[in-house]
Design a protein around this ligand. Structure first.
Ligand code: NOJ
Length: 500
């Protein structure tokens, strides 16, 4: 950090002194892991290099107008070539772990396991080795949205054939990298894969099948998750001693009023978002409230059974408890209002919950229209997860703040991180078992259909420069301080207290 940046940082911290009083400034436990996250498609580039196959995001960017400014991830941050720079940045940030994803079609170009792409394997081997020689633990997401196009041609996640293909792919990963990777995440944000990908059609593959597609997709994703967990448990756990979890996202759902109907509506929306995936995986089946609401509406709409597929008794037994730790992506909150939907004619996941959600204008906005700054939601959500599912180890696998390419919003990012981390520290005080925090993102990257217009990085990436130069933002300095001291403020202001 140069002199000017140091002065700015000091000013920044001084200007926050008042809010500092309201922060939980206790030190995090020594074994609490701090890390940074990325995903393959968002950073790697090399979209068809060395034999990589096409995925659904390559296809949508190259053949439609769906993406902001027609931007694609052909080069992105060029991490396929610059992974050593990425590791050097992680090292500089003093992180304990790096969460990244493996691109299915880089390892298996057509998605099928009959042909393993050695160049792809070598790329991840080199990355993992570089992490290990710098003392950084790899945390690997097996699937972060980049379905091989071959499978999408025949229905993608709505075709149950994909379950065994995903298991084959995961087996290749466990066999190839499992000696070195102790933290696996089967899926990233299944709700976005299914609801936005196959219900609302606003993410790749852009299928609009409201009220059907998303439920079919989720059914297959949940079964695929369970099958991979069982495979690891049976064939790899003894040898490799790792853990298999899943990353589930949801916004915190806050009742708009204290009325009983709004309180129930907010709880229902938590079940329709987080519980949709967490409940089967932890307790074996879909949340009772989803079964009730979707079932009732389906019959009233003239179907002879629920649009929500049902698990058999054997499947429930098989899926239940297939989790070693729970990854949580938490960025923001919503206010929820009960809807008195008397005719119940609309067929969609949104309508099925009979709720209405919004973010009031007076909440602090960001450049992402879905993300307002609501740090209080973090503590509430972590406590809700514990109250709903018990003492399962939780790790924040994503949380972060966007800018639009200027550095001027970075002090807001620092404030955001500080307040959310304070909420997590509160949740630790509440007795929630949280083992780590992962900031999204290590560097600016390809924000899916928003292209490069929304940037969450601690490092700025110059996408106009062929070198994709990376420059630390002030928030990188802030986060380095957090991860190296386990304090969200300067060590001198940090209270050294052991967590119960
Ligand atoms: C969730 C996704 O996992 C990640 O890919 C995305 O970039 C961030 N949130 C920010 O929107």
């Amino acid at each position: 950090m140069n002199f000017q940046e140091t002065c700015m940082l000091i000013l920044l911290i001084a200007s926050n002194f008042v809010s500092l009083q309201s922060l939980n400034t206790k030190q995090f436990p020594a074994n609490f892991m701090f890390g940074a996250a990325t995903a393959a498609h968002q950073i790697e580039g090399g979209w068809k290099e060395d034999g990589k196959g096409e995925n659904i995001w390559d296809r949508i960017a190259h053949s439609t107008n769906a993406i902001h400014n027609h931007e694609n991830a052909d080069i992105a941050c060029d991490s396929y070539h610059k992974y050593k720079d990425d590791v050097a940045m992680l090292k500089y940030l003093s992180v304990d772990h790096y969460r990244f994803s493996i691109a299915w079609s880089r390892i298996l170009p057509t998605g099928f396991s009959n042909h393993v792409n050695e160049a792809g394997v070598n790329y991840y081997k080199k990355l993992i080795k570089a992490l290990q020689s710098n003392g950084i633990k790899p945390m690997v997401t097996i699937f972060h949205w980049d379905t091989p196009q071959t499978f999408e041609n025949i229905g993608g996640w709505t075709n149950e054939m994909i379950i065994d293909r995903y298991v084959d792919y995961s087996r290749v990963l466990f066999e190839t990298f499992g000696g070195d990777v102790k933290y696996w995440l089967t899926f990233n944000e299944p709700k976005q894969i299914c609801q936005e990908g196959y219900g609302a059609g606003i993410k790749a593959p852009g299928i609009m099948s409201h009220g059907f597609g998303e439920y079919l997709c989720a059914h297959n994703v949940i079964k695929a998750h369970a099958k991979v967990w069982h495979m690891y448990n049976k064939e790899f756990r003894n040898k490799q001693q790792g853990q298999v979890g899943i990353t589930i996202d949801s916004m915190w759902m806050e009742p708009e009023t204290n009325s009983e109907v709004d309180i129930l509506a907010a709880e229902r929306k938590m079940q329709f978002t987080f519980g949709w995936y967490a409940n089967p995986i932890i307790n074996g089946d879909y949340p009772a409230v989803m079964k009730e609401f979707i079932g009732r509406r389906s019959i009233l709409q003239g179907y002879n059974k629920s649009r929500l597929p049902a698990f058999t008794t054997d499947e429930i037994r098989y899926i239940k408890g297939t989790i070693d730790y729970l990854g949580i992506n938490q960025y923001t909150a919503m206010l929820v209002r009960h809807i008195n939907d008397t005719d119940k004619t609309e067929i969609s996941w949104e309508a099925d919950s009979e709720t209405f959600e919004y973010q009031p204008d007076y909440w602090e906005a960001t450049v992402s229209d879905w993300l307002k700054v609501t740090p209080w939601g973090m503590r509430k959500q972590l406590n809700w997860i514990r109250a709903t599912y018990g003492d399962i180890p939780q790790i924040i696998t994503e949380n972060g703040y966007p800018d639009n390419g200027t550095v001027s919003l970075d002090e807001r990012r620092i404030n955001y991180l500080k307040q959310y981390l304070s909420g997590i520290r509160d949740a630790l005080d509440d007795g929630v078992k949280i083992i780590g925090y992962t900031v999204w993102s290590l560097m600016d990257n390809y924000e899916w259909y928003r292209g490069y217009s929304e940037r969450f990085g601690l490092y700025r990436v110059d996408f106009t420069n062929p070198e994709r130069t990376r420059t630390p933002k002030l928030s990188a300095e802030y986060f380095k301080n957090v991860s190296s001291t386990k304090c969200i403020v300067y060590v001198s202001e940090c209270i050294d207290e052991v967590v119960k």
